[in-house]
Design a protein around this ligand. Structure first.
Ligand SMILES: *Cc1c(COP(=O)(O)O)cnc(C)c1O
Length: 440
């Protein structure tokens, strides 16, 4: 007997949950909400409950949900030419590559693009560029090492996982490609010491994303650039999360003036359609030779049309300025919250984290959802916000107004739990908001 048969079905959410549990692998656990549709910054769950979407499918839905420009571009392209493989070129793919190269800015006149499907694939391509670079320098294997940061996230495929700075994520899947040397994120001296003539590439996020939206100290990326120049290693900036407007600039690197050898993009690029890019700058753009790498679906016409619609809409509607303005207002509002659980705010643009004084982020995420806000417990002690760029000031203000009450609820529950002799409500399931429909 399945769970659905054993229990009366009380809601569509409960029904979807039991079917999920019966059909899906356990790698995501059981998501606490089932979404049915979205419009702008609002989404509705399968039972019709409305939420303000402040996480945007993890920094992906940059234009918001069901944006007319995205709908039109994808609809037209899927009815014209949906797929070509890499046996043929097509206008949307070439145009997207040209647009991305333009957006790099005048400081980067010479670069080349490889299009793929997601962030892990963009970093896999960068990893292979690093191997190509190291092999050219020393075919006997003297320049293989990758330097990456503790707390970093670069994806789940074997290469991307091997450079992800979380030992618990890597451990069950070792041995992974290597050697990889991990250094504490933000420590310029440690990074400089780790980069040698054995280093093929340094992989860095301009700000840790999955690590909790943690910006490095000023000068850190410059130090990485200097260390790579000194040793001949490639500098790879992973802008899968930070890129394409998220911080109020086209790329986060534009805030620093640092030019990498390789730039990787994905998440927000397609506005919800799966596309990634690995951009090789200068000589790194010419490392691959015919046959070195490929992807059947990568840069397919539909996803390229979606990405072009995203870039055009950001430009046409002045969304970079809106990200800066609304993000700044949201950050100031969050920073102004005086609550024993909140430590303020960090991040830039519409890419923010609220650090907490206790590991209760899962409970805060659940309480926020019960109050009608989708946020993300990116770390046990940090809540991440990465809303669509079309977030209005009224929508931003509504969360700033609601957050103290949400935190009060967690603080009150923690006291009750302590009295009961239980543990602090650290896990997402520790509170039982009305929308929690799991049948476990
Ligand atoms: C999400 C993310 C990735 C992985 O992207 P996927 O599309 O999930 O493969 C890589 N790097 C960074 C910085 C990310 O945030």
């Amino acid at each position: 007997m399945t769970a659905a048969e054993a229990r009366p079905v009380t809601s569509r959410g409960a029904e979807l949950t039991s079917r999920w549990d019966a059909a899906m692998m356990s790698n995501y656990g059981t998501p606490p909400v089932g979404l049915a549709r979205g419009q702008g910054c609002r989404v509705w769950d399968v039972d019709g409950r409305e939420y303000l979407d402040l996480i945007g499918g993890i920094a992906v839905s940059s234009l918001g949900h069901a944006h007319p420009a995205l709908v039109q571009a994808v609809t037209e392209q899927v009815g014209t030419l949906a797929h070509s493989s890499n046996l043929a070129m097509h206008e949307p793919g070439v145009r997207l590559a040209e647009r991305l190269l333009d957006l790099l800015g005048p400081a980067i006149p010479d670069a080349r693009v490889f299009l793929c499907n997601d962030g892990a694939a963009a970093n896999e391509a960068a990893y292979k560029l690093a191997r190509r670079h190291g092999w050219a320098a020393d075919p006997s294997g003297g320049r293989l090492e990758i330097v990456a940061a503790e707390g970093s996230f670069h994806g789940r495929s074997m290469g991307a996982l091997s450079i992800t700075g979380s030992a618990s994520k890597r451990a069950p899947f070792e041995p992974l490609p290597g050697p990889v040397r991990f250094v504490p994120y933000g420590d310029a001296a440690a990074l400089t010491a780790a980069v040698t003539e054995r280093t093929a590439a340094v992989f860095l996020e301009p700000t840790l994303g999955e690590g909790g939206v943690v910006p490095p100290p000023p000068g850190y990326l410059q130090a990485a650039r200097t260390a790579c120049d000194r040793s001949g290693a490639l500098l790879v900036l992973d802008e899968v999360q930070s890129g394409v407007g998220r911080t109020g600039s086209w790329f986060a690197m534009h805030h620093t003036g640092v030019v990498p050898d390789v730039l990787t993009l994905a998440k927000g690029l397609g506005g919800g359609l799966p596309i990634g890019a690995c951009i090789g700058i200068g000589a790194a753009g010419r490392l691959f030779v015919r046959g070195d790498h490929g992807s059947t679906f990568g840069g397919n016409p539909v996803c390229c049309a979606a990405a072009l619609a995203v870039l055009d809409t950001i430009e046409r509607d002045g969304l970079l300025a809106q990200v800066t303005a609304v993000g700044g207002r949201l950050a100031r509002g969050l920073a102004g919250i005086d609550h024993p659980l909140s430590l303020g705010v960090r991040g830039a643009g519409l890419w923010l984290a609220v650090p907490l004084t206790a590991p209760v982020a899962g409970a805060v995420e659940a309480a926020a959802r019960a109050a009608g806000f989708l946020v993300n417990a990116v770390q046990p002690d940090a809540i991440r916000l990465a809303p669509p760029f079309v977030l209005s000031t009224a929508q931003a203000d509504s969360f700033v107004t609601a957050l103290p009450g949400i935190l009060d609820r967690i603080a009150a529950e923690a006291i009750v739990t302590d009295r009961d002799g239980g543990s602090a409500p650290a896990a997402a399931g520790a509170t039982a908001p009305a929308t929690r429909t799991s049948t476990e």
